[in-house]
Design a protein around this ligand. Sequence first.
Ligand code: FEO
Length: 401
Amino acid sequence: MVHTELMKDIYYVGYVDWEVRNFHGYSTHRGSSYNAYIVKGEKNVLIDTVKRPFFNYFLENIKNIINPEKIDYLIVNHVEMDHSGSFPLIIKYLPNAQIIASKKGVEILRDHFHKEVDDEVFNNIRAVKEGDTLDVGNVKKFTFVPIPMIHWPDSMVSFMTDENGKNILFSNDAFGQHLATSSRWDDENDFDVIMEEAVKYYANILLHLSKLISSVLPKVGSLPIDIICPSHGVCWRKHVGDIVERYKKWSAGEIDNKTAIIVYDTMWGSTEIIAKALYKELQYRGIKVKRYKLTNADYSDVITEVMLSKAIIVGSPTLNNGMYPTVAEYVCYQKGLKPMNKIGLAFGSYGWGGGAVKEIIKELEASKIDILEESIEIKFVPKPEDLNFKKIIDKLIEKMV
Ligand code: FEO
């Protein structure tokens, strides 16, 4: 692993993780990266650290650029362990560095590392608030903007203007993507791939915070940003406007109204017969529809498609008077992420008592999804006449557009 000079005096010292396929439950089909940066100047700054197992690579990257003793500041934008896991280890190599974090960041650093780090260290951290600045010489200046609850209470972004007047936003999790790549810039990678990972990242990490993001984006959008360096995936220089615009759309819940997703599982095939019949009817009506069977799909991919769809149609067979376990798990995941601006429909099959459809409705209602009054519940194996869904799809489409 070697360091990368991103531009004059700004270096990448993070770790690209080609192996990770599960990031706290989020499927990372293309790996990830834990980005950290060094800004050199009259004063030298290290921004963030990496997940602890990769500390040695991180340290080696730093040493390739600078003697760690010459680092004057360590900025901790966010305490989650993928960015601060190496904090207790790296500070031993930075005897001359002032640590900077948001006020909540100081608290949460202490909450995490009280066993390994002396209290003295926490007492000496500079806690910054919105608009506080740090002059690092060579006309470089940092401005700090805490963004509480996007997505942790401590989260902060650091905005730097360099001597050429270029404005760089070190955005931490915001605008990130779980993507392993040896090319650090957006324009050196396939645009569709980085956007695919950016939307998946938004859906799985940030979706439930959309209202808050909507309120903060104008503040971020008003900054004259030339470059965004997030803490996962590639840095943005060519497509800054594109990613900020996408965040505006995603956080406002803007979607194509003629889109639907069918998410279901099946035990002996009856619920799947219903899912396929619903798919056929929607497709026939010109709705762009996707169908995911939960046995073969993972929640992080499905929730991404849910975020981009207007109608969410959820189906389950009844098992032990309730939902099939994969469906129960999925709706629980979805409830936490609070997809906005959706129309819901529940369907399923049963043998005698039923119960799954009722539970799906309860869960969708708890997610504040506007549910169609009608639902579909079919006993044992559907007969051809059970599969005429014209009327119910009429009602669904009426609410979608
Ligand atoms: Fe909130 Fe990438 O950690």
